[in-house]
Design a protein around this ligand. Structure first.
Ligand SMILES: [Zn+2]
Length: 313
């Protein structure tokens, strides 16, 4: 006689969720595994704050099938997307672990349905502290203690940007690897605490590359330009929507060569590096936002590289 137990094993960074129809003792659970299991693999069981955790979900064609599979982190649903390499029987999801995330034990909640009803389970992992430094920067005092007019402008721009980040395409516009926007040395890593003229003002929400004024800046992947204009802090800024919750931004440019609404290809020149906005010298700032959270762009690119493997792009 068949029971409808659900067995969940956690082993290293992989959690197997075995769905209904497992047989009673004597029949041997193992014989049913290949046909009855959905496998969820996390890219790490101890991601650092400010990083991207990748989920890969393999769902061999089962009977009864998995339905309404949902994964949540911190009350946020993680979009599940068709796997680039195994499109017929696998999905992937990208979890942004905020820089300000609570360190220590954390979990993903997995919910699904089958003919036996609704099921819920949690996958435990730990968030560990990234080794972030402090950058001490000297900038124009007018860019630290803002005038009333500038403060009003900053508020307006923040609203505009938040609107853009809240309205991304759910279609995957990116393909293959994310490439670096310039081929140059990193001068300031993601996540560093930043003091401007001695005052702690922010955490570095992107990565800075050495770039003199006038060096071409290339799109990290294909997408749609959502913003291309001058902002108080970011200077000349381009924001690209890559779909599926992924945006990239390119700041402090001396020149912008694209327009909002424009479809761009990976590697397409977007503009020229510069020293506009709140800077202490010319460089390129590159940021990546995932599901509303800034994460380390270089680690994100590495995680995607592991996911896409040989996918053309
Ligand atoms: Zn920067």
């Amino acid at each position: 006689m068949k029971s409808s137990r659900i067995k969940i094993f956690a082993l290293a960074t992989t959690t197997w969720i075995m769905l209904s129809g497992l047989s009673t003792a004597g029949d041997g659970i193992q014989s049913h595994l290949p046909n009855q299991a959905a496998t969820i693999t996390l890219s790490s069981d101890a991601p650092v704050n400010g990083s991207t955790l990748l989920l890969e979900i393999d769902t061999p064609k089962v009977s009864p099938p998995l339905m309404n599979l949902q994964i949540q982190f911190d009350n946020q649903s993680i979009p599940l997307l068709q796997h680039p390499i195994r499109p017929d029987n696998a999905f992937f999801g990208m979890v942004a672990i905020p820089l300000q995330a609570k360190l220590g034990p954390s979990m993903l909640t997995v919910a699904w349905e089958d003919s036996n009803g609704k099921h819920k389970h949690s996958i435990a992992f730990r968030i560990i502290a990234g080794s972030y430094l402090t950058d001490r920067l000297s900038v124009d005092p007018g860019k630290v203690d803002l005038s009333k007019t500038d403060l009003a402008r900053v508020k307006r721009e923040k609203k505009e940007i938040n609107r853009i980040y809240a309205s991304g395409s759910m279609q995957r516009l990116w393909q293959g690897l994310f490439q670096l926007p310039v081929n140059s040395m990193v001068t300031s890593a993601f996540g560093n605490k930043r003091t401007f003229n001695g005052q702690l003002r922010s955490y570095h929400n992107g990565v800075d590359f050495r770039a003199p004024v006038g060096q071409p800046v290339f799109a990290a992947n294909s997408g749609i330009v959502k913003l291309a204009k001058n902002l108080f802090f970011s200077g000349n800024l381009i924001i690209v929507d890559h779909g599926t919750g992924v945006f990239s931004n390119y700041a402090h440019l001396s020149r912008i060569n694209v327009e909002p609404g424009q479809h761009i290809e990976k590697g397409q020149p977007l503009g020229l590096s510069g020293a506009t906005g709140r800077v202490n010298g010319p460089h390129l700032h590159w940021g990546v936002k995932l599901n509303g959270t800034y994460i380390d762009p270089l680690q994100f690119a590495d995680v995607i590289a592991a996911l896409v493997g040989t996918e053309a792009g």
